[in-house]
Design a protein around this ligand. Structure first.
Ligand SMILES: Nc1ncnc2c1ncn2[C@@H]1O[C@H](COP(=O)(O)OP(=O)(O)O)[C@@H](O)[C@H]1O
Ligand code: SF4
Ligand SMILES: [Mg+2]
Length: 346
């Protein structure tokens, strides 16, 4: 292991991204669902930073809490779920303390969101041109101008014959076209952050590549940062500036993409990256690690990864079973929650 690792847990709240102005700062965020089996901790003490203009890829197995985290950032959690604690700051403003009106402005104007299933998010009985124009009209633009601007936005996201297509209904579009429309809606008001939750999972591979290129190109064009939730390591390698790895409701490792791929520090990240030799191709999935994520309604007391962890067994780390690991520095600019990093002093 690298000698640059520190023995002390990283406890300060100021270890945000080194470059770029801080846009989003998340500290200790916790979101749970009340279930018949008890409290299910979907997001369990997440710290995350996003700098202006950067692409942060959020990866992890299905069920690890990525979507709940994305929704929690915008306070879009509904019963039986609730945000129990922590802080989300966007450009320094406390999202949790925002009145309804400010929250509505935050969603759409400041932060855009694109989900996996575009068809489910578009209104089936409204022409797509109006759906793109709506946020612009809410923002004060007149109908005719908003329609013209919507056609231009549809052109910018690569919809063929946008002036005609603007009059179409969602069912008249292919999946890829519908996702282009969702991207136009999400970016209509030039938000500073786009949250894209597995935006291409439902599309075929060639369309996936086009949509991802489009997302990156449009975000760059308007200077927006992006949190991209993806299962695809090829996508991470191609798009990410930084990567956050989520496991059982926690970020277990985060750092710059090149460092994290070259020298993953957390055993879970190392497991996921076993596909690394073929990295760079879209469609490269996370490697399956034997076992599954623990039941989030019955979390073990120690490290949630302990039952699957080869490193724990190899090093004989008994404390992993009793105490949840804190955050340690991992590499030059990363951090990870793993007891194996504790004794590796510089
Ligand atoms: N509305 C809900 N009610 C109960 N449990 C939920 C709800 N939404 C998500 N969960 C649970 O939260 C956990 C995290 O889910 P999710 O964030 O969707 O995972 P991911 O996006 O990483 O696949 C899962 O155990 C899931 O079953
Ligand atoms: S804390 Fe222990 S069990 Fe958890 S990942 Fe590190 S070595 Fe493995
Ligand atoms: Mg999800």
């Amino acid at each position: 292991m690298s000698s640059t690792l520190r023995a002390d847990p990283v406890t300060t709240a100021s270890d945000g991204p080194a470059s770029g102005e801080q846009l989003l700062a998340v500290r200790g965020l916790r979101t749970s669902f009340k279930t018949s089996r008890g409290e299910l901790k979907a997001v369990d003490g997440v710290d995350l930073d996003v700098a202006a203009g950067e692409v942060l890829c959020l990866v992890g197995e299905s069920g690890s809490g990525k979507s709940v985290l994305a929704l929690s950032l915008l306070r879009l959690i509904e019963p039986p779920g609730s945000i129990l604690g922590g802080e989300v700051r966007f450009e320094g403003r406390d999202v949790g303390a925002m009145p309804r009106r400010a929250l509505r402005r935050l969603r759409g104007r400041d932060i855009g969101i694109v989900f996996q299933q575009p068809q489910g998010c578009l209104n089936p009985v409204r022409r797509i041109g109006w759906q793109v124009a709506e946020p612009l009209m809410r923002d004060g633009l007149g109908r005719a101008k908003a329609w013209d601007a919507a056609v231009e936005l549809l052109r910018a996201v690569g919809l063929p014959a946008p002036a005609d297509k603007a009059s179409a209904y969602p069912h008249q579009l292919s999946g890829g076209q519908a996702q282009r429309v969702m991207i136009a809606v999400a970016l209509a008001l030039r938000p500073r952050l786009l949250i894209a939750d597995e935006p291409t999972t439902a599309l075929d591979v060639t369309v996936q590549a086009q949509i991802l290129d489009l997302l990156r190109e449009r975000c760059r064009a308007i200077g927006a940062a992006m949190i991209l939730v993806t299962h695809d390591l090829g996508v991470v390698a191609k798009l990410a500036d930084r990567v956050a790895v989520m496991y059982a409701g926690r970020i277990v490792e985060q750092g710059p993409v090149a460092d994290l791929f070259a020298a993953p520090r957390h055993p879970y990240t190392r497991g996921l990256l076993r596909a690394a030799p073929r990295l760079g191709e879209i469609g490269e999935r996370l490697t399956d690690i034997p076992g599954g994520i623990p039941d989030l309604a019955r979390m073990p007391p120690g490290c949630a990864f302990a039952p699957r962890c080869d490193t724990r067994r190899a090093l004989g780390l008994d404390r992993c079973l009793d105490e949840a690991p804190p955050v340690f520095a991992a590499g030059p600019a990363g951090r990870a929650r793993c007891w194996a990093l504790a004794g590796d002093a510089a």
